[in-house]
Design a protein around this ligand. Structure first.
Ligand code: KG4
Ligand code: ZN
Length: 354
């Protein structure tokens, strides 16, 4: 089954063609990161306009790269939430229009669920050899699957017992992990998006050299919840102190200390939850899953715990449309379709387990 997926929840416009929820035939993306870098964050109205100019060329690019015409498609899917209302509306309307005109089944996809389903994806063998970085043997993830979903707006530990069956074990009580990366990058004068900037700055700190500072960790023991506002505030004080005293802030040291603290908390709590819930596997998901320190630390700790671990290739961690087409397939398989009257839901959450 070939599904055309469309993603437009924030500042990336994506269109992808995916076979059977797993094999990527094409995954086209137009990023507006350069536009928003000027403002240090995403400006919703600017994002919506950029989605509008990008969406049709990106869909055409995806079909051309996949080497398929409209007739080959079996269904169309688009993100309907969570995200920014204006940008969401663009991709959702495009998908509904295609479904109506081509008389194709339509599925509205939850963006959070789609991030998790990036773990089912691989590139078609004929495509780039970078396929599958991190995904090893191309087996499907096994249930019960524990997913650590870490994106710009979400930080959640989710137990998935079966397709579509989600139990949120814990979540952030304040900032999301990606949001903390973005805010701390801004405090350190690093470019948007902050995650990759912090990772690059932290890499300038010599490996193995002890850090001159340790930032606070909010353990929230006895819960699977997270909190990242305290660490952000700690960096804010450091930046303010440096400014007032006229000293230059040691950016690589602070970036490395920040990354280490966030990774420490995320990894420790994920491993504890995986053990407590008897997870068959752990899967990383969301933009922060692209972070190399997080991937390396979880790989080490889960290997020690004897729990298999997987994460998508970097390009499938951050927003993309292949994950939308992928997640849609599993809904279609269960006979689920969305109505063409479906509207955007900017505050959409993962469906609670029944
Ligand atoms: O999933 P995503 O692309 O968009 C949302 O759905 O939110 O996640 C974006 C977030 C941003 O906060 C960005 O700074 C972060 O993911 N991110 C990273 C890295 N790459 C992207 N955070 C840490 N390390 C990275 N390498
Ligand atoms: Zn996302």
């Amino acid at each position: 089954m070939l599904v055309l997926g469309i993603e437009s929840s924030c500042d990336e416009t994506g269109a992808a063609v995916v076979r059977d929820g797993r094999e990527i035939l094409a995954n086209a993306l137009a990023s507006q990161a350069d536009v928003h870098a000027r403002y240090g964050g995403v400006v919703p109205e600017v994002a919506a306009r950029a989605q509008l100019t990008a969406v049709i060329p990106v869909i055409e690019t995806a079909l051309a790269r996949a080497g398929v015409g409209w007739d080959a498609l079996d269904a169309v899917a688009a993100t309907y939430g969570p995200g920014l209302a204006g940008p969401l509306l663009v991709g959702l309307t495009a998908a509904k229009t295609i479904a109506f005109a081509r008389r194709l089944p339509f599925v509205g996809v939850n963006h959070l669920e789609a991030h998790i389903y990036a773990n089912w994806l691989r590139e078609a063998p004929s495509l780039s050899s970078s396929a599958g970085e991190g995904n090893g043997e191309w087996s499907d993830p096994r249930f019960p699957l524990l997913s650590l979903l870490v994106s710009g707006a979400h930080t959640e530990l989710i137990l998935i017992r079966e397709h579509g069956d989600y139990r949120i074990l814990g979540q952030t009580r304040d900032d999301a992990a990606g949001e903390a990366f973005d805010k701390v990058a801004r405090l350190l004068g690093l470019a948007y998006p902050g995650g990759p900037s912090i990772q690059r700055a932290a890499a300038q700190w010599p490996a193995g050299k002890p850090l001159p500072l340790k930032l606070p960790r909010a353990w929230l023991r006895g819960t699977n919840d997270f909190s990242f506002s305290g660490i952000k505030t700690a960096v804010m004080h450091l930046a303010r102190h440096a400014q007032e005293s006229g000293e230059a802030i040691d950016v690589p040291a602070v970036a490395a200390a920040f990354q280490e603290a966030v990774v420490d908390v995320l990894a420790t709590k994920t491993v504890a939850a995986a053990k407590a819930e008897g997870a068959a596997e752990v899967a990383l998901a969301g933009g922060v899953a692209a972070n190399l320190a997080l991937r390396t630390r979880l790989a080490r700790d889960l290997r020690r715990a004897g729990i298999p671990f997987r994460y998508p290739p970097i390009a499938l961690c951050t927003d993309n449309a292949a994950m939308i087409a992928g997640a849609a397939y599993f809904h279609l398989q269960r006979g689920e379709r969305s109505d063409l009257a479906l509207d955007v839901v900017p505050g959409l959450a993962l469906p609670a387990a029944s």
